[in-house]
Design a protein around this ligand. Structure first.
Ligand code: AP5
Length: 228
């Protein structure tokens, strides 16, 4: 019964992976596929920075340098978002958790349920460097493009006509700093999810559609297993 109830709502999953692995690109599509919200800590922090609040300005200092925003700040932002009604029936987390301590806090927040799958999108470093240096985003809605696949009108977003810009942290020194930090944090985080038996690894190379179908297959497969 418990298992049937869980399947009647949407999945509770997080997408992990290096900067540029395609978490944001895929999380929006996966969330739309299951009809659940896409919850991106990067997008929420950038929105706060753009709003110019004192919290947003502090977060921007960390983000622009390629550093992680302190755990207590990010956990507070995620806790508020997960408490909203639309997240009760499932969600796709993107960029959270980033550290083992964030993963442990998330487990407490979700108790007695936990994530059904933590999906690590695996992409080699030379590929992510190419993806990040060519990434462009909508300054209004955050839609993600690349110089190799720009919007129809090169400088405006297909969704809302917003200006297409380059992210402040997509310059070489911040990219390298973020990748180094990732290498330090990912081992304990992956170990945490492997220990819970919910870690899945999918290849993030190939077309966006190919990666999407691998992720959906993985989530459907994880949800067919009896609840732990
Ligand atoms: P965040 O926004 O989460 O950035 P990130 O982790 O650095 O990840 P990216 O957005 O760079 O990469 P992505 O994997 O989403 O790739 P994308 O889909 O865009 O975080 C930003 C900052 O916020 C952090 O540095 C930190 O300061 C702070 N922060 C956020 N969460 C935090 C947390 N939990 N704790 C502490 N601090 C936190 O794709 C990249 C490019 O590749 C795009 O151009 C895309 O079009 C292209 N692409 C994607 N897939 C493909 C494909 N299959 N083929 C070809 N091109 C592709």
């Amino acid at each position: 019964m418990e298992h049937e109830r869980a399947l009647s709502s949407g999945p509770r999953v997080t997408l992990l992976g290096k900067q540029g692995a395609g978490k944001g690109t895929q999380a929006g599509r996966v969330a739309a596929h299951y009809g659940v919200p896409h919850i991106s800590t990067g997008d929420m922090l950038r929105a706060a920075a753009a709003a110019g609040t004192s919290f947003g300005r502090r977060a921007a200092e960390y983000m622009d340098a390629g550093d992680l925003v302190p755990d207590n700040v990010v956990i507070g932002v995620v806790a508020e978002r997960l408490a909203e009604d639309d997240a009760c029936g499932g969600f796709v987390l993107d960029g959270f958790p980033r550290t083992r301590s964030q993963a442990e806090e998330l487990q407490l927040l979700l108790a007695p349920n936990d994530l059904e799958a933590a999906i690590d999108i695996d992409v080699p470093i030379p590929v992510v460097m190419r993806r990040l240096s060519g990434r462009r985003v909508c300054g209004v809605c955050g839609a993600i493009y690349h110089v190799d696949h720009p919007p129809k009108h090169k400088w405006t977003c297909d969704a809302d006509g917003g200006e297409i810009i380059q992210r402040q942290d997509d310059h070489e020194s911040a990219i390298l700093r973020r990748l180094n930090l990732y290498e330090q944090e990912i081992g304990p985080l992956i170990g945490h999810y492997a220990g819970l038996g919910i870690l899945r690894i999918v290849s993030g190379t190939g077309t966006v559609e190919e990666v999407l179908s691998r992720i959906i297959e993985c989530i459907d497969d994880a949800r067919r297993l009896p609840a732990r």
